[in-house]
Design a binder for this molecule. Structure first.
Ligand SMILES: [Zn+2]
Length: 349
Protein backbone atom coordinates (compact mmCIF):
# COMPACT_ATOMS: atom_id res chain seq x y z
CA UNK A 1 0.00 0.00 0.00
CA UNK A 2 1.27 3.46 -0.83
CA UNK A 3 2.02 5.46 2.29
CA UNK A 4 2.26 8.99 1.05
CA UNK A 5 3.29 11.08 4.02
CA UNK A 6 0.65 13.25 5.64
CA UNK A 7 1.76 16.58 6.95
CA UNK A 8 -0.45 18.62 9.23
CA UNK A 9 -2.54 20.30 6.55
CA UNK A 10 -1.33 18.70 3.32
CA UNK A 11 -1.94 15.46 1.46
CA UNK A 12 -1.18 14.19 -2.02
CA UNK A 13 -4.00 14.59 -4.55
CA UNK A 14 -6.86 12.27 -3.66
CA UNK A 15 -7.83 9.52 -6.13
CA UNK A 16 -11.35 8.48 -7.10
CA UNK A 17 -10.85 4.87 -8.17
CA UNK A 18 -14.26 4.52 -9.84
CA UNK A 19 -16.23 7.41 -11.29
CA UNK A 20 -18.80 7.95 -14.04
CA UNK A 21 -18.21 11.54 -15.15
CA UNK A 22 -21.18 11.23 -17.51
CA UNK A 23 -23.50 11.17 -14.52
CA UNK A 24 -22.69 14.79 -13.57
CA UNK A 25 -25.66 16.05 -15.59
CA UNK A 26 -28.05 13.40 -14.27
CA UNK A 27 -29.04 15.52 -11.31
CA UNK A 28 -32.49 16.98 -11.93
CA UNK A 29 -33.25 14.51 -14.72
CA UNK A 30 -36.90 13.67 -15.34
CA UNK A 31 -38.24 11.07 -12.95
CA UNK A 32 -38.47 7.56 -14.39
CA UNK A 33 -41.85 6.31 -15.67
CA UNK A 34 -42.19 4.32 -12.44
CA UNK A 35 -40.20 3.99 -9.22
CA UNK A 36 -37.44 1.40 -9.67
CA UNK A 37 -37.89 -1.45 -7.20
CA UNK A 38 -34.42 -2.97 -7.38
CA UNK A 39 -30.91 -2.75 -8.79
CA UNK A 40 -31.78 -4.00 -12.29
CA UNK A 41 -34.67 -1.55 -12.60
CA UNK A 42 -32.43 1.31 -11.42
CA UNK A 43 -30.14 0.48 -14.35
CA UNK A 44 -33.00 0.09 -16.82
CA UNK A 45 -35.11 3.09 -15.78
CA UNK A 46 -32.38 5.57 -14.85
CA UNK A 47 -28.82 4.92 -16.05
CA UNK A 48 -29.48 3.11 -19.33
CA UNK A 49 -31.99 5.81 -20.30
CA UNK A 50 -29.43 8.48 -19.50
CA UNK A 51 -26.48 6.90 -21.30
CA UNK A 52 -28.53 6.38 -24.49
CA UNK A 53 -29.32 10.13 -24.56
CA UNK A 54 -25.69 11.30 -24.29
CA UNK A 55 -24.10 13.08 -27.22
CA UNK A 56 -20.69 14.71 -27.66
CA UNK A 57 -21.73 18.00 -26.05
CA UNK A 58 -23.33 16.43 -23.00
CA UNK A 59 -20.28 14.17 -22.59
CA UNK A 60 -18.02 17.21 -22.74
CA UNK A 61 -19.92 19.36 -20.25
CA UNK A 62 -20.59 16.55 -17.80
CA UNK A 63 -16.85 15.83 -17.80
CA UNK A 64 -16.01 19.53 -17.37
CA UNK A 65 -18.43 19.83 -14.44
CA UNK A 66 -17.34 16.54 -12.89
CA UNK A 67 -13.67 17.54 -13.15
CA UNK A 68 -14.34 20.94 -11.55
CA UNK A 69 -16.26 19.29 -8.72
CA UNK A 70 -13.42 16.81 -8.17
CA UNK A 71 -10.79 19.54 -8.04
CA UNK A 72 -12.88 21.60 -5.64
CA UNK A 73 -12.74 18.63 -3.22
CA UNK A 74 -9.01 17.92 -3.59
CA UNK A 75 -9.38 14.96 -5.96
CA UNK A 76 -6.69 15.25 -8.65
CA UNK A 77 -7.01 11.83 -10.29
CA UNK A 78 -10.17 10.18 -11.59
CA UNK A 79 -10.46 6.62 -12.86
CA UNK A 80 -13.48 6.99 -15.10
CA UNK A 81 -15.82 4.41 -16.58
CA UNK A 82 -17.83 5.75 -19.50
CA UNK A 83 -20.78 4.56 -21.58
CA UNK A 84 -22.64 6.48 -24.30
CA UNK A 85 -24.04 3.91 -26.77
CA UNK A 86 -25.19 6.53 -29.28
CA UNK A 87 -21.94 8.53 -29.16
CA UNK A 88 -19.15 5.99 -28.75
CA UNK A 89 -16.49 7.07 -31.24
CA UNK A 90 -14.15 9.68 -29.80
CA UNK A 91 -15.96 9.84 -26.46
CA UNK A 92 -12.89 8.98 -24.37
CA UNK A 93 -10.89 11.78 -25.97
CA UNK A 94 -13.67 14.27 -25.18
CA UNK A 95 -13.47 13.26 -21.51
CA UNK A 96 -9.66 13.33 -21.43
CA UNK A 97 -9.56 16.80 -23.02
CA UNK A 98 -12.16 18.19 -20.62
CA UNK A 99 -10.22 16.94 -17.60
CA UNK A 100 -6.98 18.34 -19.03
CA UNK A 101 -8.62 21.77 -19.43
CA UNK A 102 -9.59 21.75 -15.76
CA UNK A 103 -6.22 20.32 -14.69
CA UNK A 104 -7.41 16.99 -13.27
CA UNK A 105 -5.80 13.67 -14.16
CA UNK A 106 -8.06 11.04 -15.67
CA UNK A 107 -7.82 7.41 -16.67
CA UNK A 108 -10.51 6.64 -19.26
CA UNK A 109 -12.31 3.43 -20.18
CA UNK A 110 -15.31 2.71 -22.38
CA UNK A 111 -17.57 0.13 -20.72
CA UNK A 112 -18.34 -2.37 -23.46
CA UNK A 113 -21.61 -4.26 -23.37
CA UNK A 114 -23.64 -6.58 -25.59
CA UNK A 115 -26.94 -5.10 -24.49
CA UNK A 116 -27.06 -3.07 -27.72
CA UNK A 117 -26.01 -6.05 -29.83
CA UNK A 118 -22.62 -7.47 -30.70
CA UNK A 119 -21.90 -4.46 -32.92
CA UNK A 120 -22.24 -2.13 -29.91
CA UNK A 121 -19.66 -4.20 -28.02
CA UNK A 122 -17.31 -4.15 -31.00
CA UNK A 123 -17.56 -0.38 -31.32
CA UNK A 124 -16.96 0.05 -27.61
CA UNK A 125 -13.89 -2.13 -27.79
CA UNK A 126 -12.66 -0.17 -30.81
CA UNK A 127 -13.00 3.08 -28.85
CA UNK A 128 -10.88 1.67 -26.02
CA UNK A 129 -8.33 0.51 -28.56
CA UNK A 130 -8.24 3.82 -30.45
CA UNK A 131 -7.81 5.83 -27.27
CA UNK A 132 -5.04 3.64 -25.88
CA UNK A 133 -3.27 3.40 -29.24
CA UNK A 134 -3.18 7.19 -29.51
CA UNK A 135 -1.39 7.33 -26.16
CA UNK A 136 -4.38 8.04 -23.92
CA UNK A 137 -4.11 7.11 -20.25
CA UNK A 138 -6.72 4.49 -19.67
CA UNK A 139 -7.87 0.94 -19.15
CA UNK A 140 -10.16 -1.33 -21.12
CA UNK A 141 -13.72 -0.93 -19.85
CA UNK A 142 -16.38 -3.61 -19.51
CA UNK A 143 -19.85 -2.79 -18.21
CA UNK A 144 -20.33 -6.07 -16.35
CA UNK A 145 -20.27 -9.80 -16.94
CA UNK A 146 -24.05 -10.10 -16.98
CA UNK A 147 -24.42 -7.77 -19.99
CA UNK A 148 -21.52 -9.27 -21.97
CA UNK A 149 -20.99 -12.46 -23.93
CA UNK A 150 -17.99 -14.64 -23.15
CA UNK A 151 -16.54 -13.55 -26.51
CA UNK A 152 -16.73 -9.88 -25.52
CA UNK A 153 -15.15 -10.53 -22.12
CA UNK A 154 -12.32 -12.43 -23.77
CA UNK A 155 -11.83 -9.73 -26.39
CA UNK A 156 -11.63 -7.03 -23.69
CA UNK A 157 -9.16 -9.04 -21.62
CA UNK A 158 -7.09 -9.69 -24.74
CA UNK A 159 -6.98 -6.03 -25.73
CA UNK A 160 -6.01 -5.02 -22.19
CA UNK A 161 -3.19 -7.57 -22.11
CA UNK A 162 -1.97 -6.41 -25.52
CA UNK A 163 -1.92 -2.77 -24.38
CA UNK A 164 -0.37 -3.55 -20.99
CA UNK A 165 -3.31 -2.16 -19.00
CA UNK A 166 -5.99 -3.67 -16.79
CA UNK A 167 -9.73 -4.11 -17.30
CA UNK A 168 -12.11 -1.79 -15.41
CA UNK A 169 -15.31 -3.77 -14.80
CA UNK A 170 -18.34 -3.80 -12.49
CA UNK A 171 -18.35 -7.13 -10.64
CA UNK A 172 -21.25 -8.61 -8.67
CA UNK A 173 -22.78 -5.24 -7.80
CA UNK A 174 -26.25 -6.78 -7.58
CA UNK A 175 -27.62 -10.32 -7.35
CA UNK A 176 -28.10 -10.33 -11.15
CA UNK A 177 -24.29 -10.40 -11.55
CA UNK A 178 -23.55 -12.86 -8.75
CA UNK A 179 -22.07 -15.35 -11.23
CA UNK A 180 -19.42 -12.88 -12.42
CA UNK A 181 -16.48 -14.55 -10.69
CA UNK A 182 -16.93 -17.79 -12.63
CA UNK A 183 -17.05 -15.85 -15.90
CA UNK A 184 -13.96 -13.73 -15.18
CA UNK A 185 -11.65 -15.86 -13.01
CA UNK A 186 -9.55 -17.22 -15.89
CA UNK A 187 -9.17 -13.73 -17.39
CA UNK A 188 -8.53 -11.36 -14.47
CA UNK A 189 -5.03 -10.19 -13.60
CA UNK A 190 -3.60 -8.03 -10.82
CA UNK A 191 -4.04 -4.82 -12.80
CA UNK A 192 -7.82 -5.25 -13.11
CA UNK A 193 -10.27 -3.03 -11.24
CA UNK A 194 -13.13 -5.12 -9.83
CA UNK A 195 -15.80 -2.59 -8.97
CA UNK A 196 -18.20 -3.30 -6.05
CA UNK A 197 -17.87 -7.05 -5.41
CA UNK A 198 -20.91 -6.89 -3.11
CA UNK A 199 -22.17 -10.34 -4.11
CA UNK A 200 -18.77 -12.01 -4.53
CA UNK A 201 -17.99 -14.96 -2.28
CA UNK A 202 -15.10 -14.32 0.14
CA UNK A 203 -12.86 -16.74 -1.77
CA UNK A 204 -13.85 -15.57 -5.26
CA UNK A 205 -10.37 -16.17 -6.68
CA UNK A 206 -10.33 -13.06 -8.89
CA UNK A 207 -7.05 -11.16 -9.26
CA UNK A 208 -7.25 -7.37 -9.12
CA UNK A 209 -8.15 -4.46 -6.86
CA UNK A 210 -11.67 -4.31 -5.43
CA UNK A 211 -13.15 -0.81 -5.63
CA UNK A 212 -15.59 -0.14 -2.81
CA UNK A 213 -18.34 2.46 -3.36
CA UNK A 214 -20.08 2.55 0.00
CA UNK A 215 -22.57 5.35 -0.65
CA UNK A 216 -23.58 4.06 -4.08
CA UNK A 217 -24.14 0.57 -2.71
CA UNK A 218 -26.41 2.00 -0.02
CA UNK A 219 -28.24 4.15 -2.57
CA UNK A 220 -28.92 1.09 -4.75
CA UNK A 221 -29.76 -1.10 -1.73
CA UNK A 222 -27.52 -3.87 -3.07
CA UNK A 223 -26.02 -4.75 0.34
CA UNK A 224 -22.69 -4.24 2.09
CA UNK A 225 -19.58 -5.47 0.25
CA UNK A 226 -17.72 -5.86 3.57
CA UNK A 227 -14.37 -5.33 1.82
CA UNK A 228 -12.23 -6.53 4.75
CA UNK A 229 -13.21 -10.10 3.87
CA UNK A 230 -11.23 -9.97 0.60
CA UNK A 231 -7.56 -10.84 0.16
CA UNK A 232 -7.39 -8.28 -2.69
CA UNK A 233 -6.26 -4.67 -2.28
CA UNK A 234 -9.28 -2.38 -1.77
CA UNK A 235 -9.69 1.17 -3.10
CA UNK A 236 -12.50 3.72 -2.84
CA UNK A 237 -14.70 5.11 -5.60
CA UNK A 238 -17.74 7.35 -5.82
CA UNK A 239 -19.52 5.44 -8.63
CA UNK A 240 -20.47 8.77 -10.18
CA UNK A 241 -21.74 10.56 -7.06
CA UNK A 242 -19.19 13.37 -7.25
CA UNK A 243 -15.56 12.92 -6.29
CA UNK A 244 -15.44 14.12 -2.68
CA UNK A 245 -13.11 11.38 -1.53
CA UNK A 246 -12.88 12.57 2.08
CA UNK A 247 -16.63 12.15 2.15
CA UNK A 248 -16.42 8.70 0.54
CA UNK A 249 -13.82 7.80 3.19
CA UNK A 250 -16.24 8.91 5.94
CA UNK A 251 -19.14 6.92 4.51
CA UNK A 252 -16.92 3.85 4.00
CA UNK A 253 -15.77 4.18 7.63
CA UNK A 254 -19.34 4.57 8.91
CA UNK A 255 -20.47 1.53 6.95
CA UNK A 256 -17.49 -0.48 8.23
CA UNK A 257 -18.22 0.66 11.79
CA UNK A 258 -21.91 -0.22 11.47
CA UNK A 259 -20.80 -3.78 10.72
CA UNK A 260 -18.08 -3.88 13.40
CA UNK A 261 -18.01 -1.49 16.34
CA UNK A 262 -14.27 -2.06 16.80
CA UNK A 263 -13.49 -0.83 13.26
CA UNK A 264 -10.84 1.91 13.01
CA UNK A 265 -11.02 4.72 10.41
CA UNK A 266 -7.44 3.81 9.57
CA UNK A 267 -8.83 0.88 7.56
CA UNK A 268 -10.99 3.10 5.33
CA UNK A 269 -8.08 5.55 5.09
CA UNK A 270 -5.96 2.65 3.86
CA UNK A 271 -8.57 1.98 1.14
CA UNK A 272 -8.35 5.63 0.12
CA UNK A 273 -4.54 5.35 0.06
CA UNK A 274 -4.75 2.37 -2.33
CA UNK A 275 -5.80 4.97 -4.91
CA UNK A 276 -2.16 6.09 -4.96
CA UNK A 277 -1.09 2.61 -6.04
CA UNK A 278 -3.57 2.80 -8.92
CA UNK A 279 -2.72 6.37 -9.92
CA UNK A 280 0.87 6.95 -8.69
CA UNK A 281 1.18 10.33 -10.42
CA UNK A 282 -1.24 11.77 -7.86
CA UNK A 283 1.26 11.13 -5.05
CA UNK A 284 3.29 14.10 -6.30
CA UNK A 285 0.21 16.36 -6.38
CA UNK A 286 -0.16 18.56 -3.35
CA UNK A 287 -3.41 19.56 -1.63
CA UNK A 288 -3.32 22.15 1.15
CA UNK A 289 -6.47 21.81 3.25
CA UNK A 290 -8.45 24.21 5.39
CA UNK A 291 -7.94 21.79 8.31
CA UNK A 292 -4.66 21.45 10.14
CA UNK A 293 -4.88 17.82 11.34
CA UNK A 294 -5.26 15.55 8.32
CA UNK A 295 -5.46 12.42 10.43
CA UNK A 296 -7.97 9.57 9.81
CA UNK A 297 -9.42 9.60 13.34
CA UNK A 298 -10.08 13.34 13.17
CA UNK A 299 -11.24 13.36 9.55
CA UNK A 300 -13.79 10.63 10.20
CA UNK A 301 -15.65 13.11 12.41
CA UNK A 302 -14.81 16.43 10.74
CA UNK A 303 -17.18 17.07 7.88
CA UNK A 304 -16.27 20.54 6.66
CA UNK A 305 -12.73 20.08 5.39
CA UNK A 306 -11.94 21.45 1.95
CA UNK A 307 -8.89 22.24 -0.16
CA UNK A 308 -7.41 25.72 -0.15
CA UNK A 309 -4.76 25.12 -2.80
CA UNK A 310 -4.16 22.24 -5.22
CA UNK A 311 -1.02 21.68 -7.25
CA UNK A 312 -1.01 19.10 -10.04
CA UNK A 313 2.28 18.32 -11.72
CA UNK A 314 3.80 21.41 -10.08
CA UNK A 315 1.09 23.74 -11.40
CA UNK A 316 -1.43 25.53 -9.17
CA UNK A 317 -4.83 24.43 -10.49
CA UNK A 318 -6.88 25.57 -7.50
CA UNK A 319 -6.17 28.68 -5.41
CA UNK A 320 -8.29 30.05 -2.56
CA UNK A 321 -10.65 27.14 -3.20
CA UNK A 322 -11.28 28.11 -6.84
CA UNK A 323 -10.05 26.46 -10.05
CA UNK A 324 -7.46 28.59 -11.82
CA UNK A 325 -7.46 27.15 -15.36
CA UNK A 326 -11.21 27.46 -15.99
CA UNK A 327 -13.95 29.77 -14.77
CA UNK A 328 -15.99 27.46 -12.53
CA UNK A 329 -19.08 29.70 -12.74
CA UNK A 330 -18.98 29.55 -16.52
CA UNK A 331 -18.52 25.76 -16.49
CA UNK A 332 -21.55 25.43 -14.20
CA UNK A 333 -23.63 27.70 -16.44
CA UNK A 334 -22.71 25.80 -19.61
CA UNK A 335 -23.24 22.46 -17.89
CA UNK A 336 -26.70 23.60 -16.74
CA UNK A 337 -27.64 24.52 -20.33
CA UNK A 338 -26.43 21.16 -21.55
CA UNK A 339 -28.25 19.37 -18.74
CA UNK A 340 -31.51 21.05 -19.80
CA UNK A 341 -31.01 19.76 -23.37
CA UNK A 342 -30.17 16.29 -22.12
CA UNK A 343 -33.21 16.17 -19.84
CA UNK A 344 -35.44 17.33 -22.69
CA UNK A 345 -34.18 14.40 -24.80
CA UNK A 346 -34.99 12.07 -21.89
CA UNK A 347 -38.56 13.38 -21.69
CA UNK A 348 -38.80 12.82 -25.40
CA UNK A 349 -37.44 9.27 -25.26
ZN1 LIG B 1 -20.05 2.19 -11.62
Amino acid sequence: MATAALTANQTPGLVCAHHHLYSALARGMPTPPRTPTGFTEILELVWWRLDRALDDQSIRWSAMLGAVEALERGCTAIIDHHESPNAIDGSLSIIAEACAEVGVRVSCAYGITDRHGADGARRGLAENERFLQEGGRGMVGVHAGFTCSDESLEAAAGLAADRGVGVHVHVAEGPVDAGAADRLRHLATDDWLLVHGVHLPDDHGLAGTIVHNARSNMNNAVGYARPIRFANPVALGSDGIGADMLDEFRVAYARHREDDVTASPEVAWGWLATGWDLFPEAVADRVTWTYTDMDPWRLAFTTNVGPRTVEVDGRVVLADGRPTLVDADEVRARAAEEAARLHYRLEDG
